[in-house]
Ligand binder design. Sequence first.
Ligand SMILES: Nc1ncnc2c1ncn2[C@@H]1O[C@H](COP(=O)(O)OP(=O)(O)OP(=O)(O)O)[C@@H](O)[C@H]1O
Length: 591
Amino acid sequence: MREQWRGFRLLVSTAVRTDPWRTFGLVLEPIGRLAWPLAGLWLSFLTDGVLQDRGNLIVAGIIGLLAGVVGNWGISLCGNMMRITLSEKVGFAFDREITRLTADLPGLDHHERADYQDRLELLRQSQGALGGAMNSLINSVANVVGGAGVIVMLVVVHPLLLVLVLFALPAIPVARLEQRWNKQAEEESATPSRQARHLRRLAYDRGAGMEIRVFGLQEELRARSREAWRTARRPAVRAAWRRDLAHGIQEIVYALAFVAAIGFVLWRATRGQSSVGEVVMAVYTCARVQQVVWAIHGVARLGQSLRAAGRMLWLRDYAATADARRSGRAPEQSIADGIVFENVSFRYPGTERWILRGMSLHIPAGGVVALVGENGAGKSTLVKLLARMYEPTEGRILVDGVDLAELDVDAWRERLSAAFQDFAKFELVAQQTVGVGDLSRLDDEAAVTAALDRAGAADVVPKLPQGVASQLGSSWEDGVDLSTGQWQKLALGRALMREAPLVVFFDEPTASLDAPTEHALFERYTEASRAGAARGMITVLVSHRFSTVRSADLILVIDDGRIAELGSHAELMEIDGLYAELYTLQARSYA
Ligand SMILES: Nc1ncnc2c1ncn2[C@@H]1O[C@H](COP(=O)(O)OP(=O)(O)OP(=O)(O)O)[C@@H](O)[C@H]1O
C-alpha cells in the first residue's frame, strides 16, 4: 500500500511539475460527471411537467437537461484535449528520466543482470501507462464522483434501491483479480518479449548480417522471433480471457438484480406510490448504477499505472544507491606507491560462481602489468574492477593505501583511459571519433593527430576522403566505412587522447591485428607508459599473445580466477611453470 501511495504521488507530482495548469484544469472534469446522475432528475421533471401540464417543471427539466449536456460536453471536450497533451508531456518527462537515469548509472549491472533487464523491459513497456496515468486517474476520479452522485440519487428515489449497489460490489474482487492477472501477465512476458526484441534487432543488425546470410539464418531468426512474441503475448491474452469471463459473470448477476429493481419500481407505480416522472428517474438512475462498476474498474485499471510508477521508483532508488558511489573523494594527481589487491574475490551480482578468488598483489607505480590466462580466466573482470564497473565482493583494492571504493567513481574514471576488444564504433566525423577520448579536446586536431601517432594509427586518416573531417559509417550521407582493424586503430587513438591518466587499460584491443603488428604496438605503448612513469601511471595489458607481453614489468598469470604465477618474463621462465609452458608452446607454433 505504501508503495502504491508513493507511486500515486510520483504520478501526480510529475504531472504538476510538467504542466501545472493543465493538471489543475483536469480537476474540473469529475465535476462535469455529476451531470449524468442529475439527468434522471431533469427527466422526471420533464415527464411530470408534460403529464401534469405544469410549465415550470417542463422549463426546469429542459434547462437542467440542456445545461447538463452542454456543460458536460464542454468540460469533456476541453478535458480530452488537455488530457491528451498532458499524457504526452508526462510520457516524455518519464521517457527522458528513464534515459537519463539508465545512461548515468555508474556501473554495468543493469546491462548484465537478467532480473534488472526484465525490470527495465517492463518499465519500457509501461512507458505508455506512465504517460496515460493522469488520464486514468482523472477518469477514475470522474467515475467515482459520478458513481457517488448515482448513489445519492438512488437514496432520493427509494433507499431500498441501494440493494442494487450491493450487486455492483462483486466488481471489487473481480477488479482485484484483474490486477493480479495483469501483473502476472506483465511479469511472465518480460523475458520472452526481451528475447523477441533481441532477435528482431539481430535480424536487422549489420554486424551480424554476414553470418546470418552465410549460415542462412534469416528464416530461423524470424521463426524464433515469432515464437518469442507469441510466448510474450500468451500471458496477456490469457489474462484478457479471464477478465472477460469474470466481467461477463458479474454483469449477468448485475443484470438480474437490475431487472428486479425495475420490477420493484414499476410495482410501486402500479400501487400509485410514485409518479410516472419518478419511474423515469428510477429507471434512468438504476441504469446508471453501472457507473459505480466502471468506477471500480477504473480504479483497478489505475493499478497498471501505479505498477509502472513502482518500476520507475525502483529505477530511481537503484540509481540513487548507485549514485552514492559518486560521493567519495577525488584521486591524487599521481600514484606514488601503486595499486594493491588485498584478498580480492568477486562474483557477478545475482550469480553464485566466484570469478576471482582471494587475489593479493601489488602493482607498482609506473609499471606495465600484463594479464594472461585462458579464455574465461577472469582477466577482463579484473579490469572491470579496476575501472569500478563493479565493486569487489570481498577484499579491497587500494590506490596508494586509499580504498578505491572511497573514491568518487566519476573522478576516478576521468583519470583512466582504455581500449577494449569490444570497442565502440562511434559513427561521427573521424576527428570526433577519436576526440571523444578526451571531451575537452574533442575538436583539437593536433591532439587527435598526436594520439593517433602514439597509437601507431597514423595511417588511417590520410586514407579517408576528407581526412579527419570524414564522416564515418556508410549509413550516413557521404559516410565511409572502415575495416575492423581501422576501427580498432581509431579506438586505440581514443585511448591515448587523455593527457595524464593514472591507469591505462589495453584489454585485447588489437585482437584483429596480426601478431607482429600487435607486438610492435605494445612495444610503443610500453615506451609511452615510461613517459607517464613520473606520475606513477600504470598500464594494464591483456593479451593472449605471450610474445607481446614479455616486455611487461609484471606478468600476472590468472588461472580460474586465481593468481597462478606472478613475475617478470625472465622470472616466470625461470620457474618453468604454466607461463613457461604456454610461452614455449606459442613460440613453437609461430616459428
Ligand atoms: N556479466 C557477467 N555476469 C556473469 N558472469 C560473467 C559476466 N561477465 C563475465 N562473466 C564470467 O566471468 C568469467 C570470466 O570472464 P572474463 O571476461 O573476465 O574472462 P577473460 O579472462 O577476460 O576471458 P577472455 O580471454 O575470453 O576475454 C567467465 O566465465 C564469464 O562467463
